[in-house]
Design a protein around this ligand. Structure first.
Ligand SMILES: Cc1cc2nc3c(=O)[nH]c(=O)nc-3n(C[C@H](O)[C@H](O)[C@H](O)COP(=O)(O)OP(=O)(O)OC[C@H]3O[C@@H](n4cnc5c(N)ncnc54)[C@H](O)[C@@H]3O)c2cc1C
Length: 391
């Protein structure tokens, strides 16, 4: 290690902030996490952990803590919204380790967070809850952040504070996240509620005009996690997350395959949530002086390539490596940014492009359905083969 052990303040205890803290600690640094909420909670939804993310989680000792809660799907499939025909697929369970060097898992977010927190505690990393960061500034001797009551100085500050990042705003000015014209509805359905003829061991993405439906098993295979992504012109709720009405969702998907009808029938009315999806264009520059950004704070994206958390996880390990490779903090942060900017921008752009491709209608959809089997592996390879630990 070229740098001396650094004191690093991480703003935000989401997946990105927690992984970054573990990676920095493993390199001998002293991270402290500042989180605005009083209790840490993740949305009651699933997350696909792709091989590129799992390489990092294994390296950081998180994988052992996940074993009871993961589900390993047989394959990833795109299917036709009406007849259920498989349009393209990629085998995963028996080939992911061979092709990508790591397995592919599906998990509930709360289970991932629980595992990360277990390792954070084991490593004796402090999380200061109820610590909303309101402002920041830099002086010759360090980077400073402020809560309502405290001023905190450290060698570097990492804004891992999500899509509405205050660190990003203070560094680079106001730049509102844009509403993408898509709403995500999400629900968790116990598998015993669903007829066994419809239960498969694949991650499935149903493609139809102006919407798509993602389903996969979580919690060791005991619950089906579903996300329904629907085009909608406006999104008024400032809170970005609200209870959904199952009759509205049934109406939206009324002409879809019987399997979708079965899942919607099995959904408990109170268990449905929806929120408007926002994103931002890739940034030209993230880091300034002793400050930088990570995860959704730097590169928020639509979930249409299932790589937002994976990119945050990769960021953490590269950040720790870059900061350890220079005896100057600013050079380390610039190195981190340079190593991550192109890849994360590509994920952002792929996600936006998929928003168009997934929701095509008529002739364009027929053409997509014919050719997508030739592209699925190439796109997956470009994300899944990456090994952030070697960067
Ligand atoms: C429908 C949907 C499905 C998705 N599916 C996948 C998937 O399958 N695979 C995948 O890889 N990604 C997926 N993603 C993306 C993924 O969820 C995000 O990219 C990831 O959670 C971002 O993590 P983060 O730590 O950067 O930010 P966040 O999770 O937003 O965490 C930010 C943290 O900072 C805290 N904070 C905010 N402001 C302050 C402040 N001022 N002071 C202190 N703390 C603060 C917040 O309370 C929060 O705890 C999906 C996203 C959506 C919407």
């Amino acid at each position: 290690m070229k740098s001396k052990p650094l004191e690093i303040s991480i703003v935000g205890a989401g997946i990105g902030g927690l992984v970054a803290a573990l990676a920095l600690k493993k390199r001998g640094h002293k991270p402290i996490i500042y989180e605005k909420t009083e209790s840490l909670s993740e949305l009651g939804a699933g997350i696909q952990l792709s091989p590129n993310a799992n390489k990092v989680l294994k390296h950081l000792g998180v994988m052992e803590e996940l074993q009871a809660d993961i589900y390993e799907p047989e394959a990833f499939q795109f299917v036709h919204y009406r007849n259920g025909k498989v349009l393209a697929q990629q085998a995963l369970k028996n080939s992911s380790v061979k092709i990508y060097g790591s397995p592919n898992y599906d998990i509930h977010r709360a289970d991932l967070q629980k595992a990360l927190l277990k390792v954070i505690n084991k490593e004796e990393i402090q999380i200061k809850k109820n610590s909303e960061i309101l402002d920041l500034y830099e002086e010759a001797n360090g980077a400073f952040i402020k809560t309502k009551e405290r001023l905190i100085g450290s060698d570097a500050v990492i804004g891992a504070d999500g899509i509405h990042s205050i660190v990003r705003k203070k560094l680079w000015g106001e730049d509102k996240a844009r509403y993408t014209g898509n709403v995500a509805w999400r629900m968790l359905v116990p598998i015993e509620e669903i007829s066994s003829k419809f239960l498969q061991q694949n991650t499935k993405v149903w493609l139809g005009p102006k919407k798509h439906f993602v389903q996969y098993l979580v919690k060791g295979g005991n619950f089906l996690n579903c996300v329904c992504l629907v085009e909608q012109n406006d999104w008024m709720n400032e809170d970005w997350s609200e209870k959904g009405d199952i009759s509205e969702l049934k109406h939206i998907f009324s002409d879809w395959h019987p399997e979708i009808q079965e899942i919607l029938e099995s959904t408990k009315p109170g268990s449905l949530y929806k929120w408007g999806l926002h994103d931002r264009a890739p940034m030209n520059k993230w880091s300034k002086g002793r400050f930088s950004l990570l995860g959704d704070a730097a590169h928020p994206m639509l979930p249409f390539v299932a790589q937002g958390a994976a990119m945050a996880i990769e960021d953490g390990i590269v950040l720790a490596s870059s900061l350890s490779s220079f005896d100057d903090v600013e050079l380390g942060l610039n190195d981190y940014e340079n190593k991550r900017k192109y890849r994360t921008a590509k994920a952002q752009r792929t996600a936006s492009r998929n928003a168009t491709i997934f929701h095509l209608s008529d002739f364009f959809a027929i053409f997509r359905n014919l050719v997508m089997k030739f592209f699925i592996k190439k796109i997956m390879d470009s994300f899944y083969k990456y090994d952030a630990i070697s960067k």
